[in-house]
Design a protein around this ligand. Structure first.
Ligand SMILES: *Cc1c(COP(=O)(O)O)cnc(C)c1O
Length: 281
């Protein structure tokens, strides 16, 4: 995997640097490619199958389907249920993961795994993800050289933000998109008990629920596309950008925003947004 590029973009009359992990490689890109890089690079002579679980539209599910296809492994993915609309009209992460050979199974995870099976927890929340995120930090370090930047990225489990902060000497800022600030703090604590080494959490006043649709999210996503010609993700980036813009005066250094991919997931989000707000993007 080659280093992803950094673009200089202009939004609402301010300049931002943008780390284009969405362009990392054609198939295996974005945040989950960084997190699963360990499983692409290392030898697993006895492994024939990956087992994971989560939602039927997750970015992690899709990226694991790419990984297992590249490695010639089987892929069993366990879900609680598949929405009937999705089953009847396969699209987005679900569609492409099936195309890559994923076996999707409605039901409980097996209690035990065989010796040729490797279990990866939901969303890639594992210490193994440090391997690929450290490489992202090294790329950022070589981009920054001696200049100081403020790093910003929106968080789900917070794994990426935490490991980035661990391998960077500049401040990493983030905002919780799944759960609230106390959930994110708990996630950080599980990976590192030293709060001095945690990323800095910034918030908006309004509470948002993960995966729900909000007009202001759709509006900033449209505006970003208009002004920068870049497509951002619809699940995490709208809250990321709104939060970063709100706290912009606090961030004294040039800002490097991490574009973490997730664009295949946009297919399903965009269908929902267009239906809800009667648009046609
Ligand atoms: C998974 C994901 C995130 C969140 O990453 P965490 O390490 O769980 O915080 C953010 N953006 C995109 C596009 C993702 O796929």
């Amino acid at each position: 995997m080659e280093a992803s590029i950094v673009d200089l973009i202009s939004f609402n009359n301010s300049k931002f640097y943008l780390k284009r992990d969405d362009l990392l490689s054609r198939e295996f890109s974005g945040n989950k490619a960084r997190k699963f890089y360990y499983y692409l690079q290392n030898d697993f002579p006895n492994i024939k199958k990956i087992i994971s679980h989560g939602s039927s539209q997750s970015n992690a599910m899709y990226s694991l389907s790419v990984l297992t296809k590249m490695r010639g492994w089987e892929f069993d993915y366990f879900v609680d249920h598949i929405p009937s609309y999705l089953k009847d009209n396969p699209h987005g992460n679900y569609f492409y993961a099936l195309k890559n050979g994923m076996n999707i199974i409605c039901g409980d995870l097996p209690k035990e795994f065989k010796s040729d099976e490797l279990f990866i927890p939901e969303g890639g929340r594992v210490d193994k993800s440090e391997f690929g995120i450290k490489i992202l930090a090294e790329e950022i370090n070589s981009f920054m050289q001696d200049q100081i930047f403020d790093i910003f990225l929106p968080s789900g489990t917070g794994t990426t933000a935490l490991f980035l902060q661990a391998h960077l000497n500049v401040k990493v800022y983030t905002t919780p998109c799944v759960g609230d600030e106390s959930y994110l703090k708990k996630q950080f604590l599980e990976l590192n008990s030293n709060i001095k080494e945690h990323p800095t959490i910034l918030n908006l006043d309004k509470k948002y629920h993960f995966g729900k649709l909000y007009r202001e999210f759709f509006e900033i996503w449209i505006e970003l596309k208009k002004q920068t010609n870049i497509e951002f993700d619809l699940l995490y980036d709208p809250k990321g950008w709104l939060t970063m813009l709100k706290h912009k005066d606090k961030l004294k250094n040039p800002i490097l925003y991490i574009h973490q991919g997730g664009l295949i997931g946009n297919e399903s989000m965009l269908k929902r947004y267009n239906r809800k707000f009667n648009e046609n993007y």
